[in-house]
Design a protein around this ligand. Structure first.
Ligand SMILES: *[C@@H]1O[C@H](CO)[C@@H](O)[C@H](O)[C@H]1NC(C)=O
Ligand SMILES: *[C@@H]1O[C@H](CO)[C@@H](O)[C@H](O)[C@H]1NC(C)=O
Ligand SMILES: *[C@@H]1O[C@H](CO)[C@@H](O)[C@H](O)[C@H]1NC(C)=O
Ligand SMILES: *[C@@H]1O[C@H](CO)[C@@H](O)[C@H](O)[C@H]1NC(C)=O
Ligand SMILES: *[C@@H]1O[C@H](CO)[C@@H](O)[C@H](O)[C@H]1NC(C)=O
Ligand SMILES: *[C@@H]1O[C@H](CO)[C@@H](O)[C@H](O)[C@H]1NC(C)=O
Ligand SMILES: [Zn+2]
Length: 506
């Protein structure tokens, strides 16, 4: 009887979960701290809350919507991560630790120290957790100016800013060549920490280069190796490809880098479980499509810790935020994420730093999963579902702006930024009569759409028939065994009978 139960259990198991148990883990993403050591409660909010000697201002100790983060806000954010989920598998820290002040107020050493101050705080609160950092465009001096080759800057980040305590020896060696690295999160899953600041349109040093710091060549090699060794990949970086949803036509990378990068990640979208970025300070997402126009990858854009109001016209402030992801440890698939925030408006009146849940991605957006097809559906329904779009818009500022005004043009810019990563596609999308009502995947003229590969129906029938036959045979064997009163030791179908997960390497 025992083995019959085992067989039945196996069968139920195979049927219910397609042969794999979801091995769920959690990780944090935190980004864009922009630590301003000169923040003062007496400081003038119109000059970054820097003290001007007067006593006429009274800013909260946790920050001001016009200014960058005081250390108190940084400690508050990291402590909130610790109290909400103290044992994540790892932490992704996606850059920008330096304040938005004039270059003349900074120098190389101050930048290293600023970054180091944040490193220390993260390590202090999470001493036993792997922290994977990447560089933001403000983390260089002067800002944005990352050179196309190797430089002592990268080794200084490792030593002075103490990133050598976060990265392993192999990671650090690669990091010195251009601020990027690859690291194993667990035996099945790789993180590629990139330095996309090299592709930034405002970077004055790399625009003539075809492959700054050899990162694209290296990246392709990583993808190929991951493919061969059957690993999945999570990409983390500061600046995302594509366009800003709050400023029509502003693409972050210069066009040739954007084309190359998007082409490369599309080519390997089968092994890229997720892409995770910061930089925008707003809460948004992007959908990568394959050559036939089918959604094939997700880019998650997490909002900032700093509440600072952008100098770009029309772009406001945001509430300080941190994000907790749920993922499948085997495949890297993002299962859900939970957005937490500090309502700075309340903090200013109460002086209490109480972090709250803002939303859960899956249930709040009404998604069945966080895969790109489901997200595409949500993005396309923004036009017909004003309620859903309003939600997205509110989250876009981390609930800082509860009644955002967004006319039809504004809505188009949001939706087309989400669904198109290339400038030409974005422009086409903007000019379409109704981009969001068109569920037809659009294809590039020079390529013929290829049908999505899937298991044909007859194969499913064949497999099920075989499985059924095996089951019937098992029952017959079982009956015979029972009749003969023999002791039957079932095979070690270890793959199915012990679905215990390998823990992450921490
Ligand atoms: C930067 O410099 C400009 C002009 O010199 C000045 O107007 C501005 O207030 C400065 N910004 C900060 C944040 O100090
Ligand atoms: C803070 O202010 C002092 C005095 O004006 C200045 O020397 C220093 O560079 C500032 N530091 C930062 C990180 O802005
Ligand atoms: C930031 O780092 C510098 C250099 O290590 C140190 O002197 C300073 O005290 C640190 N500041 C804070 C607030 O930790
Ligand atoms: C980190 O690990 C050490 C050694 O195992 C342990 O003593 C310490 O309590 C841990 N700290 C935290 C915050 O988990
Ligand atoms: C890039 O090329 C242009 C035109 O040849 C030149 O003016 C510029 O100085 C170059 N920039 C760099 C960073 O080499
Ligand atoms: C939408 O709003 C923007 C910014 O407020 C404005 O410039 C534009 O003219 C408006 N467009 C329409 C079609 O109303
Ligand atoms: Zn930033």
């Amino acid at each position: 009887m025992q083995f019959l139960i085992i067989y039945l259990a196996c069968f139920a198991f195979i049927c219910s979960s397609n042969g794999s148990v979801v091995k769920k883990g959690y990780f944090w993403q935190v980004t864009d701290f922009h630590y301003d050591a000169n923040y003062s409660t007496n400081g003038n909010p119109n000059t970054m809350c820097h003290s001007d000697g007067g006593k006429s201002h009274s800013n909260s100790i946790y920050g001001n919507y016009l200014c960058d983060s005081p250390m108190k806000l940084i400690i508050s954010a990291i402590d909130a991560m610790q109290s909400i989920h103290p044992n994540p598998d790892f932490i992704f820290w996606t850059g920008d630790s330096v304040p938005h002040v004039n270059n003349s107020d900074l120098d190389q050493t101050k930048i290293y120290y600023n970054i180091g101050n944040v490193t220390e705080q993260l390590m202090k609160v999470f001493p036993n957790t792997s922290i994977y950092p990447v560089l933001g465009n403000h983390d260089e001096y002067p800002k944005d100016a990352f050179p196309p080759g190797a430089t002592s800057y990268y080794s200084d980040i490792l030593t002075v800013s103490q990133w050598s305590k976060l990265l392993g020896e192999n990671e650090a060696t690669v990091f010195k060549t251009g601020g990027y690295y690859s690291s194993l999160l667990n035996p099945n899953l790789l993180v590629l920490g990139l330095n996309t600041n090299l592709y930034y349109g405002f970077n004055p040093l790399t625009q003539n280069s075809t492959d700054p710091s050899g990162q694209l060549k290296w990246l392709e090699k990583q993808f190929k190796q991951a493919q061969i060794s059957q690993k999945k990949v999570i990409i983390i970086s500061h600046i995302p490809p594509g366009l800003f949803e709050l400023f029509s036509g502003l693409m972050w990378f210069s066009n040739n880098f954007n084309e190359k990068y998007v082409h490369l990640v599309s080519q390997y979208s089968g092994i890229i479980a997720a892409q995770i970025y910061g930089h925008e300070h707003t809460d948004s997402f992007r959908i990568l499509k394959d050559r036939s126009g089918t959604p094939s990858g997700m880019l998650f854009l997490s909002p900032a810790v700093t509440p600072w109001k952008s100098t770009l016209p029309g772009v406001g402030s945001n509430n300080p935020s941190i994000r907790l992801y749920e993922y499948n440890r085997d495949t890297g698939e993002i299962l859900d994420y939970h957005q937490y925030f500090l309502n700075l408006a309340t903090v200013i009146t109460t002086n209490k730093d109480i972090w709250q849940k803002e939303y859960d991605a899956k249930s709040d957006y009404g998604l069945t999963s966080l895969n790109p097809v489901d997200f595409m559906q949500a993005a396309q329904s923004f036009r017909n579902s004003p309620k859903l779009f309003k939600k997205y818009l509110q989250y876009n500022s981390v609930s800082q702006n509860l009644n955002p005004v967004c006319n039809d043009t504004c809505k188009r810019v949001h939706v087309c930024s989400i669904t198109e990563l290339r400038m030409s596609d974005f422009n086409d999308c903007l000019n379409k009569p109704n981009p969001t009502l068109n569920p037809e995947p659009h294809s590039h003229p020079h390529t013929t759409p290829r049908p999505k590969a899937h298991v044909p129906r007859y194969m499913v029938i064949v497999i099920c028939t075989l499985a059924g036959t095996v089951f019937v045979l098992a029952v017959i064997v079982a009956i015979i065994c029972i009749k003969k009163h023999t002791v039957f030791i079932p095979h070690q179908y270890s793959r199915f009978s012990s679905p215990v997960g390998k823990g992450p390497i921490n």
